[in-house]
Design a protein around this ligand. Structure first.
Ligand code: PAF
Length: 279
């Protein structure tokens, strides 16, 4: 892959990359549209990165369907796919990791301690191998987006980043490969997540400025279903991910819940009416 893309670069071809773990959905495909007109060739990586999964997490059962992925990628105008094996990416002597210190610690980082270290490490390596000029990520993984942005800044990496809005099912559920794990009943419960976040946005817009009040409202909405277990609901500064008590000019509300055995995350930017959205 490196020598192939080096040749493309020599010809002045700009590669745009969408890094994925496969089992693609509309959220991924929308990222290829985001690359339209911003690069000469679109590439994808499909790699279920073992080092971003913790002990007891869903690495082994993470959904995979490479044949379907390849078909969808072709339709999305993706010309280049990098789908290495775990052994190729992590030979026994592998020992170098990238850690974006502060941004990796809160929120999901509290519950998945090495997760973002795994993400930063693989993303940097994918960028190096594929030699992309631009890469697209979804904002559903908001903390991941901030971690990668910070890594690019800190390490002076010459890859432009673009971020796509969360793509949702018609009823509001954020698209995720993990939605596949949900039973019919769990899927019905899952709709509450986006409903609660939309409610939070309306509260802020109608003048509620106290974050604790908003978080408590979200908690009550989610707790109305026995099958939902809340891992965290937090309101943070959108840049630093530090906890915020007041909505002010805008906070990011992020949450993680378990529905049965499935862990889902979602987030939304909330702000007072009259404040212009930054992202
Ligand atoms: O968002 C994902 O699918 C993964 O975390 C990524 C960025 C492909 C790294 O493995």
């Amino acid at each position: 892959m490196s020598s192939y893309t080096a040749e493309l670069k020599r010809k002045g071809i700009r590669i745009g990359l969408v890094p994925t773990m496969g089992f693609l959905h509309e959220g991924h495909l929308s990222l290829f549209r985001l690359l339209d007109g911003r690069c000469d060739q679109k590439a994808a990586s499909i790699f279920v990165n073992p080092i971003q999964f913790g002990v007891g997490e869903d690495l082994d059962k993470y959904p995979r369907d490479e044949a379907r992925d390849l078909m969808l990628l072709e339709k999305a105008g993706c010309e280049l796919v990098f789908a290495p094996s775990s052994n190729e990416m992590y030979p026994p002597d592998f020992q170098t990791y990238v850690n974006v210190e502060a941004l990796s610690k809160p929120l999901c980082g509290k519950f998945r301690p090495d997760h973002f270290r795994g993400v930063s490490t693989i993303v940097l390596r994918l960028f190096n191998i594929i030699g992309c000029s631009i890469a697209a990520f979804g904002l559903k993984d908001y903390q991941q987006a901030r971690v990668i942005e910070q890594m690019m800044h800190d390490l002076n990496l010459p890859v432009e980043l673009v971020f796509g809005e969360t793509v949702r099912e018609p009823d509001g559920l954020a698209m995720s490969s993990r939605n596949k794990y949900l039973s019919k009943q769990e899927r019905d419960f899952a709709v509450l997540i986006s409903k609660a976040l939309e409610w939070a946005k309306e509260q802020a817009e109608s003048g509620v400025s106290n974050c604790a009040e908003i978080v408590s409202g979200i908690r009550d909405m989610l707790k109305s279903r026995n099958g939902i277990e809340i891992q965290y609901i937090e309101t943070v500064n959108p840049e630093t991910l530090e906890s915020q008590e007041e909505v002010g000019d805008g906070v990011q509300v992020l949450l993680a819940v378990y529905i049965g055995r499935t862990r889902l995350i979602d987030n939304i930017r909330i702000f007072r009416s009259g404040v212009k959205r930054l992202v």
